[in-house]
Structures are given as structure tokens and as C-alpha cells.
Design a protein around this ligand. Structure first.
Ligand SMILES: Nc1nc2c(c(=O)[nH]1)N[C@H]1C(S)=C(S)[C@@H](COP(=O)(O)O)O[C@H]1N2
Ligand SMILES: [Mo]
Length: 261
């Protein structure tokens, strides 16, 4: 991770400014280490808020301010051209490691003939896409590291159409702020446009050279090599280009929105 030079930390108004000012160094170091995990200890929270952590409103507003600060810093540091490291084929894990907000036995089957990708928002041609039309688009392969916020990771091989190419193809407004996704299991997620246009961000159809297994996103999933795993929705059914912040399943549960790695 690149280091962050001291930046103005802007806490919520309800918080004692003096305490935050005095502890700025500490606050920033705790905050840097904690944002990747999306969690803070009770002790750290007490330090940050300078008050009883059972005061839920003050704690929440500090966390919200920190998360917003994280998003701004990360968006600022993000380089649209810097590539995530790629690995040799021998390092690829087969099968990959499953994760979802529910058990594997609950993963839904998808009928590829009936499945459609719905398009919404700032897109010129909003006609839904059939799977065979997505398969006909040019694909690229990447071998990169998938990092889950829970603290595990693996190297995988994903093949699919670069999201940038797909966005161009449907006439998306590339000046929009967000691209949002909805999934068959009720999961959702959203990314900033710069990350959507990154060369390693793809709509994935294959893992390790084979058609995606449903557990890993069949028929299509997003793969964002520059972000934590929860930013790559699986089994996508709808995509939206928008200027209104779409949030997402974990994003709405307080995970840091940008979550760059
Ligand atoms: N539809 C859907 N996509 C999802 C999730 C989910 O619960 N549902 N979990 C996310 C999380 S937290 C991770 S780490 C990755 C796991 O991807 P994998 O099973 O291919 O390793 O999927 C992400 N995409
Ligand atoms: Mo994850």
C-alpha cells in the first residue's frame, strides 16, 4: 500500500475537535490499518470519538466521516494506468475459494438461454444482452490476486470482456461517476468510473479457462483486480451507469466503499 501524507482529517461536527486534533497522528495510523479490514476495535473507537462508544450516533458519524475520507484519499491515489501484479499459470488456484453472504448450497442455478443482462441509467443503447452476445465480444485473460476483506486471498485466472469495451459498446456516458451492479441473489455493488475503465476490470465469463461455475459467478461476474473481493459481484443480472451513489450489499453495511488494494 502506498503511504498517505498527512491530510486534513475532517470529523463530524458533533465530535470534540480538540481530541481529534491532538490525536491526529494516532487517528491516521489506526485508520490506515483499519480501513482494509473495514473494522475498528472498541479501544480505537474510544480514542477516535473521545467519548463513550455506546454513544452510537457520535461513533457512527465518526465512522462515516472516516469512510468518506478514505474514499476521497483512495480515489485521489488511484492510478487509472497502474496495473495489479500478474502471476504465472502455475500459481492459479483450482478450484478457487468460494465466498458469499450465504452458504454454497444456496447458490442459484441460472438458465443461460433465459438469462439477460439488463441495462439502466446513462447508457445510449439500453437493450438487454443475451449471454451468447456477451460471449461474442473480445476477451482478455488475467492472473491476479483476489483479496477478501475477511483476511484470505488466492491467485486466480479470469477471462472476460474488458468492462471499458462493453461500456463503449453500449454507449455508456463515461463521464458518469458510478457503475452499479445487481445480482441474482440480491447482492449488489458499485464502483467508481475510473476503476470501471481500468484495463484489468472485466465482465468475467471463465475461470481457469473453463466456463464459470455458478458458485464463482456464472453466467457473468465482475472482476476488479485493484479492489477487495466484495467489489466484484457474481451472477450479475443488471448494470447501471449513474451519478447517484448506488451503494451495495456490504457498502451499505459500512464496508469502505472504494476498498482499493
Ligand atoms: N452475487 C454475489 N457476489 C459476490 C458475493 C456475494 O455474496 N454474492 N460476495 C463477494 C465477496 S465478499 C467475495 S470475497 C467474492 C468471492 O468470490 P469467489 O467466490 O469467486 O472467490 O465475491 C463477491 N461477490
Ligand atoms: Mo470478500
Amino acid at each position: 500500500m502506498r503511504s498517505v501524507t498527512p491530510s486534513p482529517f475532517r470529523p463530524a461536527k458533533s465530535v470534540d475537535q480538540t481530541i481529534l486534533k491532538e490525536n491526529r497522528k494516532l487517528v491516521e495510523s489506526i485508520e490506515r490499518r483499519a480501513f482494509l479490514r473495514g473494522t475498528l476495535s472498541l479501544g480505537a473507537l474510544t480514542m477516535l470519538t473521545g467519548c463513550d462508544v455506546t454513544n452510537k450516533d457520535a461513533t457512527q458519524s465518526v465512522l462515516r466521516a472516516m469512510s468518506a475520507w478514505n474514499d476521497r484519499v483512495q480515489a485521489f491515489l488511484f492510478s487509472p494506468t497502474r496495473l495489479a501484479r500478474e502471476y504465472p499459470a502455475s500459481k492459479v488456484m483450482r478450484p478457487p475459494r468460494f465466498n458469499a453472504f450465504y452458504g454454497r448450497e444456496m447458490v442459484k442455478d441460472v438458465d443461460p438461454a433465459a438469462w439477460k443482462l439488463e441495462l439502466a441509467g446513462m447508457i445510449g443503447d439500453k437493450r438487454p444482452w443475451a449471454l451468447r452476445d456477451i460471449h461474442a465480444l473480445p476477451e482478455v485473460t488475467q492472473r491476479t490476486r483476489h483479496v477478501c476483506v475477511e483476511g484470505w486471498d488466492y491467485i486466480g485466472e479470469w477471462t472476460g470482456v474488458p468492462l471499458k469495451l462493453f461500456l463503449e459498446r453500449v454507449g455508456a456516458d463515461m463521464t458518469a461517476k458510478y457503475v452499479g451492479f445487481k445480482c441474482i441473489d440480491g447482492y449488489s455493488g458499485s464502483i467508481d468510473m475510473a476503476s470501471a475503465l481500468h484495463p484489468q476490470t472485466q465482465l468475467t465469463t471463465k475461470y481457469g479457462g473453463d466456463v464459470l461455475h455458478k458458485d464463482f459467478g456464472f453466467p457473468i461476474r465482475l472482476r476488479v483486480a485493484t479492489k477487495l473481493g466484495f467489489k466484484s459481484p457474481k451472477q450479475i443480472v443488471a448494470m447501471e451507469v449513474t451519478n447517484s451513489y448506488p451503494g451495495g450489499y456490504w457498502e451499505n453495511r459500512r464496508y469502505n466503499w472504494f476498498s482499493g488494494i
